[in-house]
Ligand binder design. Structure first.
Ligand SMILES: [Mn+2]
Length: 434
C-alpha cells in the first residue's frame, strides 16, 4: 500500500476511535466507577483536588507503539482505557459554565462544547482542562497526583516543554509554596487493595483462563520442545478466551533457567530430567492473574525433584491455611520460611511469599495486615544452584515454585485457583494422558 495513504488511514482510525464521546459517558457514569470516586472524596483532605492523567502510548521503535496499558489509578477511577484524557476529582465543588461538579473528565471529543452531565459529574472537552487546572492549583490547599501528572504541571507551567518530573516538582513548589502535593496512592491504595464483587469476578475469569492455559501446556509438554512452544500453548488459550493480554511477560523456565526469577527469554530446548517452571497470568478486562506451576518435562518427577516439590507444596498449603483478616504479611512469610527451613532448605529461599494482584500484577498495598476483599498470591519457592556443594548433585540446578491466588474472606479465605492441578499425582496423570 502507498505509504502516505497508509499513514492517513492509521490516523483516521485513531481519530475516529477517540471521538466516541457518548460511549465515554456510559463508562464514566457507570455506578461502579461513581462509587469509587465518591469513596475517594471521603478520603481526601478538605479543600483538595486529585488530578489524574492517562498513560501515554509508549514508542517501541520508529513509529510502532507497545500495546497500550492505562495508568491504573486512572482506570480504577474512570473505566477509561484510552490515552489523552484528564480527570479531576475535587473535595469541594468545581464551577464550570455556571454549574458545580465534584468529578470532571476531560475527553478528546469532536463537538467543542458538548457536555455530558450526570448528577454532579461531567464529561467535557479536553480543550477546557487548563482553564480548570490553573484555578485548582491556586485555590486548593492540597493536590493529589502521581507520576504522569508532573507532565501536566510542567506543560502548564513551562509552556508545554516537558523537562522532567523533578523540574516540574521544583517549579511547582516555587510557584505555589503553600500548596501541599501528595501522592495519589495515599488515596487509591486503600481503595484498590479491597476488591469489589465485579473486580473479584474479573480476576476469577483471569485465573480461569490462566488455568486453562496451564493445563493445556502440561498436557502438551514433552522433551525436546522449546520453552517458547509452551509459551505459545498457554498464550493461545489467553487469546482464544478474550484476555486483554498477559499481566506480565510469561516466565517459561526449564532446567537451570528455573533459578532465574524473572526469566523471560523462553528460548531453551527442554530436556528429559528437567523441571519446567511456568509463572504466567492472563489479564482479563485489565485485571491480572498470577499463577505458577512447576512440572517434570519427562512427565515424571525424579525422587530429588519430588522431595523438593513436596516441601514447597507443604509450605504453600500451610501458609494458605492461616490466611484470614488480621494476619500480617510478615506472619505469612514466617510460616512459609519456617516449613522450608525445617526441611533444611532455608538457604535456598529467594523471595517473599506474597503480594496483592489486581490492575497491576503487583497491586496496590496500603498496610501489612490482611483485610477481607484482598486478593493475594501465595508463592513459596526453593531454588538450589548448581554450586550448592552441601547437597547431592541430583538436588542441584533447579528451582521449584508453586503459586496460587487467594481471596481473603470475612471468615478466612478462598483459593480462587484451586481447580488448577498442583498435586504430584495430578500433574503426572495429566502428562501421562497425553
Ligand atoms: Mn507472583
Amino acid at each position: 500500500m502507498n505509504k502516505g495513504r497508509f499513514v492517513f488511514l492509521l490516523y483516521f482510525c485513531f481519530y475516529a476511535y477517540a471521538q466516541d464521546s457518548e460511549n465515554i459517558g456510559k463508562k464514566f457514569f457507570d455506578p461502579e466507577y461513581k462509587l469509587r470516586r465518591s469513596k475517594l472524596i471521603q478520603l481526601m483532605d478538605s479543600n483538595s483536588a486529585a488530578i489524574l492523567r492517562t498513560a501515554e502510548p509508549k514508542l517501541r521503535s520508529n513509529d510502532v507503539y507497545y500495546p497500550f496499558k492505562q495508568e491504573c489509578n486512572f482506570f480504577y477511577l474512570s473505566g477509561i482505557d484510552e490515552p489523552d484524557y484528564f480527570l479531576v476529582i475535587s473535595s469541594k465543588k468545581v464551577e464550570f459554565n455556571n454549574r458545580n461538579f465534584f468529578s470532571l473528565l476531560f475527553a478528546p471529543m469532536r463537538g467543542k462544547d458538548t457536555m455530558y452531565i450526570s448528577g454532579e459529574e461531567v464529561v467535557l472537552n479536553k480543550s477546557k482542562f487548563y482553564e480548570v487546572f490553573g484555578d485548582l492549583l491556586k485555590n486548593s490547599k492540597t493536590i493529589y497526583i502521581s507520576a504522569p501528572e508532573y507532565k501536566t504541571i510542567n506543560d502548564w507551567l513551562n509552556n508545554k516543554i516537558y523537562i522532567s518530573e523533578k523540574v516540574a516538582k521544583n517549579t511547582l513548589r516555587e510557584k505555589f509554596p503553600e500548596l501541599q502535593v501528595k501522592n495519589i496512592t495515599t488515596l487509591t491504595s486503600p481503595l484498590r487493595e479491597i476488591k469489589s464483587e465485579k473486580e473479584i469476578a474479573y480476576i476469577q475469569e483471569a485465573i480461569n483462563i490462566t488455568g486453562d492455559g496451564l493445563i493445556r501446556a502440561i498436557q502438551k509438554c514433552r522433551p525436546d520442545m522449546y520453552e517458547y512452544e509452551i509459551q505459545a500453548e498457554i498464550e493461545y488459550e489467553f487469546k482464544r478466551q478474550g484476555a486483554t493480554g498477559t499481566g506480565f511477560p510469561s516466565i517459561i523456565a526449564s532446567g537451570e533457567n528455573s533459578l532465574i526469577l524473572h526469566y523471560d527469554r523462553n528460548n531453551r530446548r527442554m530436556q528429559r530430567g528437567d523441571v519446567l517452571l511456568m509463572d504466567v497470568g492472563a489479564e482479563y478486562n485489565w485485571y491480572s492473574a498470577d499463577i505458577t506451576r512447576t512440572i517434570p518435562v519427562s512427565g515424571k518427577f525424579t525422587e530429588a525433584q519430588k522431595r523438593i516439590y513436596s516441601v514447597v507444596l507443604k509450605a504453600q498449603k500451610e501458609t494458605i491455611n492461616i490466611i484470614k483478616p488480621g494476619v500480617t504479611m510478615s506472619e505469612l512469610n514466617k510460616k512459609a520460611s519456617s516449613i522450608i527451613e525445617e526441611a533444611g532448605y532455608g538457604n535456598f529461599i529467594k523471595h517473599s511469599v506474597s503480594h496483592s494482584i489486581g490492575l497491576d500484577v503487583h497491586d496496590a498495598w496500603s498496610s501489612d495486615t490482611l483485610k477481607a476483599g484482598m486478593i493475594i498470591t501465595i508463592e513459596p519457592g526453593i531454588y538450589i544452584p548448581k554450586d550448592a556443594e552441601d547437597l547431592p548433585p541430583e538436588y542441584r540446578g533447579f528451582g521449584i515454585r508453586i503459586e496460587d491466588d487467594v481471596l481473603v474472606t470475612e471468615d478466612g479465605h478462598k483459593v480462587l485457583s484451586e481447580k488448577i492441578p498442583k498435586e504430584i499425582s495430578e500433574i503426572e496423570n495429566l502428562m501421562r494422558k497425553n
